[in-house]
Structures are given as structure tokens and as C-alpha cells.
Design a protein around this ligand. Structure first.
Ligand code: NG6
Ligand code: CA
Length: 479
């Protein structure tokens, strides 16, 4: 799962200013979906739904998780990992988590941090606990911060810990930053970059942004190597291309797009390394890769990293409207590729599939029974993921931004956007609600330019009723 990667950000999805040969190879040897989605246009809600098969708007507190957020998915919840574990798989998650860790009132960073992935079905985790722009900038391996010196405890908080604590907001500190912030991201400074949140201590545990991708690959290789004789499920959760985009020195300057483009090249490198490992272990024909993103693209997400000034003719959302934070297509329609040499016939799929469907789909593929209460919104699209003849994907899909204040519903090619409770944010021009409702015919208007809400009141009404029903029913999967 990539982070903030848009529909148009890969060469196999039409990008001409950045070249992604490794991901393109997955697409060439597998199925490239043109209607592949994540369920929300921000990270935490998509990831919550990916794990639990439940729309995030149903879950209080499933918006973007702050630095000290506690575990959002409670022990006992069936997840994609727990169901695969029942099927005999070893289960690991390596990379960005951003679903909270530990118990109320805050993660116990200096002791055992529980609950977390290990309490909801994963056997192993090696994590970036929140996001790379949020503190603390440390790794968590299983229940502990890695390399933490007990004599230098880690403190994480919401307020400046002391008057002399250097923060990115301070004009003098700001001048010395490696990468300047544009909005937010002006609190504790680490590795020359201002972050969201404050922290002190844990010096020996801190990472460098430039090394994160290498670390994910190294830990994944180590873990896969150990599992090679047994079935395994690895949730490889890249931090790329989320801000602060600070790829390894060897990728800096590789594209004309600035660090945003270079981070795409780094992400592509990671995918290539994982493919090599699978090939080296002779597991190519036994391994299904699913490539996806957690939300659509954003250019300035808080740092002046050249994403806007160096954009040139690159189109991060392809021809779709909007991006991260938006319920237009660009927010959730994202790259989606499945590959399984010998099993999946290479080609293009126009079936609608979503990251929220993976839980039920892999449960079905591994012969697991799903209890009535599990994965309420996750549909079985296994046949579509495998590209079986005449296989159908979804017939409808609910799309949400960060919180469920606005929602969109696709039914077939029609889409309704309900902005009834929208709260526009200053720096996100495309999120300013144009009206209470919008209705688009995606078959003829994929870029959502022509709002038909006034012309088609009957259809608008029917679709809004269906949206209400999905909200009140509490589930969309048949028990
Ligand atoms: C926003 C941050 C943004 C990013 C996002 C989460 C500000 C002004 N904006 O609140 O930079 O961190 O949260 O991104 O601080 S996500 O992909 O993990 O959802
Ligand atoms: Ca994201």
C-alpha cells in the first residue's frame, strides 16, 4: 500500500514525467484496474477499512490519527490479518501504521505499547507508528520502540515541553531547516524538518527520513525469508509518497518533479526489491501481489518541497478531479494492480474493486468462514481480483474524505456527492463545497465537471435514499 499516490502517478497509469518500471512490471504481468479504489481520501480511514472491512464513517474516531492516538482497532475485532492467521498464514505488517497504538490515555512509549497490530491478528510488526510528518520519529518493533535507551525516555505531547524547545515556527529555527514548512508542521524539529506534535528524548531510537524506505525493504526481506516455507501475508505499508518527502540521497534529483517524483521512484524501487526477494526464494508462482494506495494525491501537504513549482505537465490524479481529502474521483480512485504469475491472466480490468473488499475476498480465497459481525462492508470480489472470466466487481461504492461529514455514493456509473455537512478547509481549494449535492454521470463525464443534480431530481433522490440506507443499515455485505 502506497501513501498519497494518485491515479496518474505511475507510468503504467499514463505518467510520462516519472518512470516506474517495477510497478509497471506488476501491471504487465498481472491485472491493472481502471476502477480500483481506496475507501477514503485520507490515510487512517482507508487503513481502518482495509483491516476491518467496515466503512470508516461508522467508526467514531477513525479520522486522521494524531501523534498520541491510541489503538483504533480493538482487540477481538476480526481483521484481514486475523482471518488469514486462522487460515494458517504468518502475518506481518511493515511500514506506516497510523491507526493508533496502546491504551488510553496515550501510548506508553517507554514500556510495552499494547494493544497494537499484534493484538488484532498480526504475528509481527515493524512500524512507523503514525506518519512521517508526525512525532515520534522512531520505529516500533512488536511492542517496543526500537533502540530506545531507558536512560533517555521518550516524551510525546501536544504542547511545547519547555520554552527553549526548538520548534519550526520560530523564525530563527525556520531559517535553518532542511525543508521548509508551508502550513502546520512547525512544531518539534527532527532531522532538520518541522513535524506535527512535540517530543523529546529517545535520541538513540530516532530514524532519518532518508532511510525509511531502505528499512522497510530490509525488514521485509528478513521477515519473508523466515516465512518462505509457510503461507504468509505481508502488509507492506510504504510511507512514500507522504510528506515530508525526503527520499534517500541516491534517489534525490532522479526526476524533474522534485522530491515528490523522486519519492515515487523510491517507492518503485521498494516494489522491485520485494519482487526480487520473491523470485530469489522461488515463490513467484505462489505469491499474489496487490498494489494499492491509501488515498489520492496532494501537492502541497505542508512542506515547500517543489511539488507545485516542479510539477510541469505531470497529472497526479490523471484526468480525475480532486485528490487527497476530496470525494471527487481523484480522492479515492487510485492505482490498483493484482499479480499472480500462473494464476492471474495479464490484462486490464474495468471492474470496480476497493481496498475495503480485500478482507472478505482473501477470506473467501483461503476458505475461511466470516462471522456475521465481521467485515460488514467488505464485498467478495475475489474473482474480479483474480481476473476470472465474467467476474463482477462491486456494483456500488461509498466514498468518504477524512471524517464522514461528506459522503459520495457510486452506483454503476452514477455518482452522488452529499456535502450536507461539509466543512471547507482554507488551504484545500477543491474541497470548498460547490453546493449541497452534486450528481455526475461518470460514463460520460469522468472528470465530474457537469453537475446534473438539478436536471435529474428523481435520480438524485433515489441515490440519496440509498446513501441513507447504507448509513442506517450498518452494513452492506450480505450476512
Ligand atoms: C493533515 C496534515 C497533512 C497530513 C494529513 C494526514 C496539516 C496542516 N496537514 O492534518 O500534512 O499529515 O493530515 O495525511 O498538518 S494521511 O495521508 O496520513 O491521512
Ligand atoms: Ca495517505
Amino acid at each position: 500500500m502506497a501513501d498519497d499516490l494518485g491515479y496518474g502517478d505511475l507510468s503504467c497509469y499514463g505518467a510520462t514525467e516519472v518512470f516506474t518500471p517495477n510497478i509497471d512490471r506488476l501491471a504487465k504481468n498481472g491485472l491493472r484496474f481502471t476502477q480500483g479504489y481506496c475507501s477514503a481520501s485520507t490515510c487512517t480511514p482507508t487503513r481502518f477499512s482495509f483491516l476491518t472491512g467496515k466503512y470508516a464513517f461508522r467508526q467514531p474516531g477513525a479520522g486522521i490519527a494524531p501523534p498520541n492516538a491510541t489503538a483504533l482497532v480493538k482487540p477481538g475485532t476480526e481483521t484481514i490479518a486475523s482471518v488469514l492467521k486462522k487460515a494458517g498464514y504468518s502475518t506481518g505488517v511493515i511500514g506506516k501504521w497510523h491507526l493508533g497504538l496502546g491504551a488510553e490515555p496515550a501510548p506508553d512509549w517507554n514500556n510495552a505499547i499494547k494493544p497494537g497490530p499484534l493484538e488484532i491478528g498480526f504475528d509481527y510488526c515493524f512500524l512507523l507508528p503514525t506518519t512521517n510528518d508526525r512525532v515520534p520519529s522512531v520505529y516500533v518493533e512488536n511492542h517496543h520502540v526500537l533502540n530506545l535507551d531507558p536512560k533517555d525516555p521518550l516524551w510525546v505531547g501536544r504542547t511545547k515541553p519547555s520554552p527553549d524547545h526548538p520548534v519550526g515556527k520560530d523564525p530563527e529555527v525556520r531559517k535553518s531547516l532542511k525543508m521548509n514548512w508551508s502550513h502546520g508542521h512547525n512544531q518539534t524539529v527532527h532531522n532538520g524538518i518541522g513535524r506535527i506534535g512535540f517530543y523529546t528524548g529517545g535520541e538513540s531510537a530516532r530514524w532519518r527520513d532518508e532511510d525509511l524506505a531502505d528499512q522497510w525493504v530490509k525488514q521485509s526481506n528478513k521477515w519473508i525469508e523466515k516465512q518462505k516455507d509457510n503461507p504468509f501475508f505481508l502488509f507492506f505499508s510504504s510511507h512514500d509518497i507522504h510528506v515530508p518527502r525526503m527520499p534517500h540521497e541516491r534517489f534525490q534529483g532522479k526526476t524533474t518533479l522534485g522530491y515528490r517524483g523522486d519519492a515515487i521512484v523510491q517507492l518503485d524501487w521498494c516494489v522491485g526489491e520485494l519482487q526480487k526477494t520473491i523470485e530469489r526464494l522461488g515463490l513467484t508462482e505462489d505469491t499474489m501481489f496487490i498494489f494499492c494506495s491509501d488515498n489520492g494525491p496532494v501537492l502541497d501537504d505542508g512542506y515547500q518541497d517543489g511539488a507545485i513549482t516542479k510539477l510541469g505537465k505531470h497529472k497526479p490524479s490523471g484526468n480525475y478531479r480532486g485528490g487527497k481529502y476530496s470525494i471527487y474521483e481523484g480522492g479515492t480512485r487510485t492505482p490498483f494492480i493484482t499479480t499472480w504469475p500462473g494464476t492471474i491472466q495479464p490484462g486490464l480490468s474495468t471492474e470496480m474493486v476497493c481496498t475495503i473488499d480485500l478482507a472478505t475476498s482473501v477470506a473467501k480465497m483461503t476458505g475461511q468462514k466470516i462471522s456475521d459481525s465481521a467485515f460488514p462492508d467488505s464485498l467478495n470480489v475475489a474473482d474480479a481480483l483474480l481476473g476470472k472470466e465474467n467476474a463482477k466487481g462491486r456494483d456500488h461504492l461509498l466514498q468518504q474524505p477524512n471524517r464522514g461529514t461528506t459522503l459520495a455514493l457510486r452506483i454503476g456509473d452514477w455518482k452522488v456527492l452529499s456535502y450536507a455537512n461539509a466543512k471547507p478547509q482554507k488551504h484545500l481549494t477543491y474541497q470548498k463545497a460547490a453546493g449541497k449535492y452534486e450528481l455526475y454521470d461518470l460514463a460520460n463525464d469522468p472528470a465530474e465537471k457537469n453537475n446534473l443534480a438539478k436536471q435529474k431530481p428523481e435520480r438524485l433522490k433515489r441515490m440519496l435514499e440509498r446513501l441513507e440506507k447504507i448509513k442506517t443499515d450498518g452494513r452492506t455485505r450480505e450476512p
